[in-house]
Design a protein around this ligand. Sequence first.
Ligand SMILES: [Zn+2]
Length: 556
Amino acid sequence: MLVALGLLGRELGGRAWRAFTHYQTPFAFKNPHPVAGPPLVRQVVIVLVDGLAYHASRAMPFLNELRRQGADAECRVGLPSLSLPGRAVMMTGAWQEIHGQATNFNPRPLPVEHLFQTAQRKGLSTALAAGPAPQTLFAPYVSERIVYRRMDPADSRDLDKLEAELRWMGEATRALLREREPDLFLLDFSIADEAGHAWGASSPQYQAAAQAVDEELRRLAPEIDRQHSVLIVTADHGHTAAGGHGGAEESVIRVPLVMVGGPVRAGSTGSAEQVDLAPTVAALLGIEIPASSQGRPLLELLDLSPATRRAVLEALYEQRRSFVDQYVGWLSGRSGPAPAPAAAGGVEARLGALAQRAEAARQDRLRREERARLAGFAALVLAPVLALAGLRALGLFTEAELALAVLAGISAALLYHGLFAAAGLEYSFSAVNRDEWLGRFFMKDMGAATAACALAVALAAAWMERRLRPAPLSALARVAWLSAALLGYLFLVRMAIVYWRNGVFLRWHMPEQSWGFSFYLDALALTAVGFAGVALPLLAWLAARLARATALSPRP
Ligand SMILES: [Zn+2]
């Protein structure tokens, strides 16, 4: 049974992880009748300051100057708040579960439409200055590239080297801007993310990195003709004080969004979501909104004539209707789109109705799938109980042994949570400061489960020895195995609840991150306890021997 539990944990965890890193979105839609509004400017330059948290951006003097001359929005990003998923949100206007790049692992060309694609379709020139992974996302719709080299891990902990790298990026991107004059240019500055990972978001180094970016912005801004261009400064995510990101912590999901030039209204403020960037840029350039976009143009930050404003909203409505028809069609199991009934009213009311329709279809499918998972939930929870009852009926252990094992299993579960916290583990991507530390993070979880189980079994064995004098090896083995099985069962029950309520194999909707994380970490813990549990009788025997030795030691 223990080995079976271990195998089950490995299988469920492995499947959940693969479904997450190899997610194939079903929502890569085309818009059969795309509409674009009139171009408002000739050029949009987006500076993506990787890892720049909102609070750090407020301490950048030049950026604050741009805020006063243009628009200042507080922007919320989606989950997981990682670099590649965030870049994909910015350029597609679609959240992670729609655009399909759910993690930083396994970068692939985006299957859903993005701004580079719709810009090229309109004959605009596109440019991207970024590392190799973001380049992969947007290939092959970028005409001009600067591919940043991968930094030496040692150099990424050296602020002087990071600043030198930033200056090189600044020079290279300004040269591209002057020589090629791309219509749509996305350029990455990575120093704040590197500093955030190395020293955390409350460190002086992180602040210094933000100041260095501010200096680069001061050099970049004069190169842009604000009459005909819009400059946008934003970030993919922030950082925690300890240095990670990926989770839903406030300092991670709040980022700046500053726009200046063209029709951007000076001194305007607002709040935005990361999906709003793509439709806003599409409106500025007069290109089609990407077909799977879920955002809205930030019209409150722009000075537009009533006619232009109407044209922008009509383009948005046509895109959204096409998306929602296909989205609802897929969710309700049709082979094609489910056209909405003709809607009346102003364009804003019609857009509201579309959003409601999409959300209702999503909720409906979630509820149906939850009901369908109930049988699987019941099987996971009941099968081990039935197996245990069968073994008891065969007389393979006594009730007293079972009672002791239940106590040991519950103690081990409590102990596991203590060790979990002490090892710095959390149910959030932000607790893993670097992608390459993920393996170590998972090993710590398995170690915590094994250690908690071993300690509880050793204590139970010592207690048995004191009671039975001596405790027979067969009884010790039964209690050890039962204790491990009960601890494994507690993990399994929690996994079954997450599976039932959230679904854990990413097929079309992102499970809540803390739940998804707890499922995966519990699966690893179950694997560890299942396999290590087999060897526990040896430990129980040693603990009993130790208890006997200490009990027999002569007293003064
Ligand atoms: Zn990062």
